[in-house]
Each structure stands twice: as C-alpha cells, then as structure tokens.
Design a protein around this ligand. Structure first.
Ligand code: TXA
Ligand code: MG
Length: 330
C-alpha cells in the first residue's frame, strides 16, 4: 500500500472513493462529528484491514453508517417505537443507536455481540458516499486506537496516511467530537457515550412513559465501548485539568518545564509557551478541541494544561473526552 491521497470531496472523488470501498479498500471520509475510516460493511477482508490500520482490538465493535432510515430494518430484528422516534428526530445527525442486530450484520462488525451501532451522519459527502457504495459503511473515527479523533483531512493523514488509500477532504468537522451513543438494546436505556446531542434533547422528544425507560447513569460496563476505557482520546503530551489558580501555582513551581494551555482568559507565566484562548461557547469549544490539542501536542512541551470547564450539561461530552485525555498523565 502506498501513502494515502488527499482529495477534495467532489462528485468525481466520491465516485472514486465508492469504487475503492466496493473493491475492499479503506477510505477516510468526512462526517459532521469527526472524520471516519470507512470500509464496506459486507466485506470481511476490508473490515479486518480496517482493524489493523487503526491498531484496534477486534473485540471493539464498529458503527454501521447508513443513508436512509428505511435501511435500519435490514440490520435490526426490532426497530422499537422509541428508536424510530429518536431516529426521525435526530437523523441525520450526531447520534448513534445501539439496537438488536439481524443476521445481515457481520459478526466482525459487532465484536460478536448481538447488538449493532447504527448512525446516519449529517454530511452530504458522507451520505452520497454511503449511497454509492451500496451496503453501508462501517467506520470508526479515523485515528490510531487510543488517540485523539481526526477533525481534518490533514489530521487523518498524520494518523493513518501510511495505511489507507484515500482521504476525502471536506474541511474541518463542524461538531468536532464523536456522536452521542444511545443504548436501546436493553433496558434501562442509557447514554453509552455522551456527545453534543444532549440527554435533555433526547428526552424532550419522548413521552413521560418513554422517558421512564431511560437511566441517566452509565450503568453497564459489560458493553464494549472503547470510549468507555478510562484512558482514550490521548495526545502524546500529558494533559492536566486545573483551575486558574492551580495553573498559576503549577507553572510557577516548575520553572524548567514548558507548558501549553487552553484557557478562557489569558494566564501569564513565563513558561506557558503555547497559549490558546477559548470562548465559553461549548459548540465552538468542541469544534476546535481536537485540533487545538493536536497543535499543542506537536510543539513537544512537558504538559498540556486545560482550564476547568463550566458545570453544565452542554459541557458534559467535552469533559468526558478531556477526562479521558488526562487519565493517568502523571
Ligand atoms: O461520531 C462518531 O460516532 C464517529 C463518526 C466517524 O461516525 N465514529 C466513532 O466511531 O466515533 P468509533 O469506532 O471511534 O467509536 C464508536 C464506539 C466505540 O467505542 C465502540 O466500541 C462503540 O461505539 N460501539 C460500536 N458498536 C457497539 C455495540 N454494538 N455495542 C456497544 N458499543 C458499540
Ligand atoms: Mg474512536
């Protein structure tokens, strides 16, 4: 395999990408959340290749991306009224539903579990690619296992350029962190991975009876969601989350070290050499987060410091990612 080609997404390049996928090759493509590393969902060899390219254990299941709600019926044995309601309300969009799988889903996709994760992404390039490929596209985030997801074609290239054939470039991902995963496979239902689609938004479209089926506690650890590992989404540089005062104290106590910082206002210290000021808009923060972490990571510093985030539901998914990025840093 040669190094991946990055091509601007266009009718022509989508056709080429779909052809590659049908031939069993791997293609990275844009979605509104993060870039995905795609393989044709009915090609076992391509799926094995995908696990290898990403360095991901075969037991961690993949999301099946489809373009049309009606296709769900092919892949599940039950599409419950709640699942249908959520699908109609939030697809295409940053939501993945875990549903009981049918025999049409290869066991290689689900890590031999009898559930399947399905998503209709909200990106015209992704939707057209899925339609042209024909049988659904399985796609994890386009990064090496355990690393930060890629939110640009350049980031995909840095992560996986040696192992894949083609990267469709559609500019930066609009949402910037991975989809909200909802377990609708067994009760009580729950959010298996928080995302920018919030539990309150999900509950707001359900009746009082349906709401009762939901637990807001992450109460099932037997399910294999790699985002559930305590350490995930990690830059190479250790990440620490601190208050403004802790940042001042910590940087001053380590005069020989060099720090990167993402904060909400300027914090002066001689050894903070790469400082990014973020806005307090959670959507903007999420959209820029991985790119900012990558940029600081590449400057080879001792620590990346993150100023603690506001305490509200809107920041939950961002906090989840940063907690995993900072796990066991020191
Ligand atoms: O936004 C996203 O969800 C992106 C874009 C590309 O769609 N995809 C993504 O995929 O984040 P990935 O593979 O990096 O994360 C999907 C998560 C994994 O943690 C996986 O373990 C979990 O979904 N998952 C997939 N199928 C599952 C299943 N049947 N049961 C439980 N968890 C599942
Ligand atoms: Mg991932």
């Amino acid at each position: 395999m040669s190094r991946a080609k990055i091509v601007k997404a266009s009718q022509e390049s989508i056709e080429l990408a779909a052809k590659y996928l049908r031939e069993g090759k791997l293609v990275a493509f844009p979605s509104e959340t993060v870039y995905g590393l795609g393989a044709s969902a009915n090609d076992i060899n391509a799926i094995n290749l995908l696990y290898k390219a990403k360095g991901r254990p075969q037991t961690h299941p993949l999301i099946l991306h489809i373009a049309d709600i009606n296709d769900v019926y092919k892949y599940v044995i039950e599409f419950s009224p709640i699942a249908q309601k959520l699908a109609k309300s939030f697809w295409p969009g940053p939501m993945t539903l875990i549903l009981p799988k049918s025999d049409n889903v290869l066991n290689d996709i689900t890590g031999n579990q009898d559930s399947v994760a399905i998503r209709i992404p909200n990106n015209p390039i992704a939707l057209e690619l899925i339609r042209q490929t024909g049988n659904g596209i399985v796609a994890p985030s386009a990064n090496r296992f355990g690393r930060i997801s890629a939110t640009s074609a350049e980031a995909v290239y840095k992560e996986l350029g040696d192992n894949i054939d083609l990267i469709l470039d559609n500019g930066p991902s609009k949402i910037g962190i991975e989809s909200t995963i909802i377990n609708l496979y067994h009760k009580p239902y729950f959010i298996a991975r928080p995302g920018m689609l919030l539990l309150s938004q999900i509950l707001s479209v359900l009746s009082d009876v349906e709401k009762k089926e939901f637990s807001d506690i992450k109460n099932n650890t037997s399910i294999k969601v790699s985002g559930n590992l305590e350490s995930h989404y990690q830059p190479f540089t250790p990440v620490l989350i601190m208050t403004e005062k802790e940042i001042r104290d910590f940087t001053q106590s380590k005069p020989d070290m060099k720090f990167g910082l993402i904060s909400f206002s300027r914090i002066e210290s001689n050894n903070i050499v790469h400082s990014i000021i973020a806005t307090k808009d959670s959507n903007d923060y999420a959209m820029n987060l991985y790119n900012r972490l990558r940029t600081i990571d590449e400057s080879g510093l001792n620590f990346i410091l993150i100023q603690s985030l506001p305490d509200s539901e809107k920041w939950l998914a961002i906090k989840d990612r940063l907690n995993k990025a900072s796990y066991k840093s020191i």
